[in-house]
Design a protein around this ligand. Structure first.
Ligand code: SF4
Length: 346
């Protein structure tokens, strides 16, 4: 299966299709959050955070804005479509589609923080599927991304408008890379996309690139670089940094899975971090106890247990507060390193 949702990875690295099928992405809190945010968006659940509901309002407002601009004769929510123009196994799943005479809107909702361009490969692939064999010279395409938690300067709702025929070269590239991905020995290419590749912990190319980057970062360089050499050096180090980060995050995810399954990973352990102190009783009770002690807690910007402890006896606040369980983190561990070394030495 050639998925539009992974297009920004396989359009650079066709090898990733085979490797990601072998090493599919594991469920993570961020992934679950995205699924929940989409469920809130589609109205299939009312179980969501305030951010998720704000995002859903932003999404509906944007759709209403497109509708009110006119020229829309049909629209529908998330559905799966095949994209034979790219590959027989290619599928796309746009979150929302709107169309009218000579106009096509493709909308993508992203709940994550990582900035996604409106003219993403994912959106282009959905456009290719929707256009089919239509005369692309006559169609204006609007690609949208609504990303409520994108706090970069580019804004949380972004749109790119093009004539459909302008996308021919990109669609051809997608088709070429999709074909390569399904042939024997598909070519691989490391790069920033490795960070989002679920196979990065098992990929030999990412491993080599990681080692090369580590070696390069440790090499001696002259201190008096001229501006051109300095620029090249910075670019090379940026790339090395990306490779090391991609490799590191893949190995960290694999180590977390192993440790969670009860295996030992030399030099590493899982540690439960300390959670936040939150109120265990209604805030009205907390304010009342403050009043009884002659302290108006309402004057605080935010009435948190930590803030309240500065004004009232901490042991009193502890009766009204509880500490939540923190996230489980991967941390270096001398104990597991020593245990592994001991086992090796036996
Ligand atoms: S880790 Fe990078 S090089 Fe390896 S398959 Fe994934 S995208 Fe390709």
């Amino acid at each position: 299966m050639i998925k539009a949702s992974d297009a920004d990875t396989w359009v650079i690295c066709p090898l990733s299709v085979t490797l990601q099928a072998q090493y599919p992405a594991e469920t993570t809190p961020a992934k679950n959050e995205g699924i929940q945010a989409h469920a809130v968006l589609s109205g299939t659940t009312l179980d969501g955070t305030p951010d998720m509901f704000d995002g859903a309002v932003m999404w509906r407002d944007h759709i209403a804005g497109i509708r009110s601009a006119g020229a829309i004769t049909g629209e529908h929510g998330e559905y799966q479509l095949t994209v034979p123009r790219i590959h027989q196994q290619a599928i796309a799943r746009p979150d929302y589609v709107m169309y009218g005479p000579g106009v096509l809107h493709v909308l993508d909702y992203k709940y994550g923080h990582r900035e996604v361009p409106a003219d993403s490969w994912q959106n282009k692939m959905a456009v290719a599927g929707l256009l089919g064999d239509a005369d692309d010279r006559e169609i204006t395409v609007h690609m949208h991304v609504v990303q409520p938690r994108n706090f970069h300067g580019s804004g949380r709702v972004r749109t790119v408008t093009v004539n459909a025929s302008d996308l021919r070269a990109d669609i051809n590239l997608l088709a070429t890379q999709a074909t390569r991905a399904t042939q024997p020995n598909p070519p691989g290419q490391t790069g920033p996309q490795c960070l989002g590749c679920s196979a990065r912990h098992a990929c030999p190319l990412a491993q080599q690139a990681g080692y090369a980057a580590i070696e390069y970062a440790g090499s001696a360089v002259p201190l008096d670089l001229d501006p051109v050499s300095l620029g090249h050096e910075l670019t090379a180090l940026d790339r090395a940094e990306q490779q090391i980060r991609a490799r590191r995050s893949g190995l960290a995810a694999a180590a977390e899975s192993m440790l969670a399954a009860g295996q030992t990973v030399s030099g590493w352990a899982l540690e439960q971090s300390t959670g936040r102190l939150t109120w265990s009783r209604p805030i009205a009770d907390v304010l009342a106890i403050g009043d009884a002690m002659g302290v108006d807690l309402r004057k605080l910007d935010t009435v948190t247990p930590t803030q309240a402890k500065k004004l009232l006896p901490p042991e009193l606040i502890d009766l009204y507060a509880t500490r939540t369980a923190g996230a489980v983190k991967l941390v270096p561990s001398l104990t597991t390193a020593a245990t592994a070394a001991f086992k090796r030495g036996k």
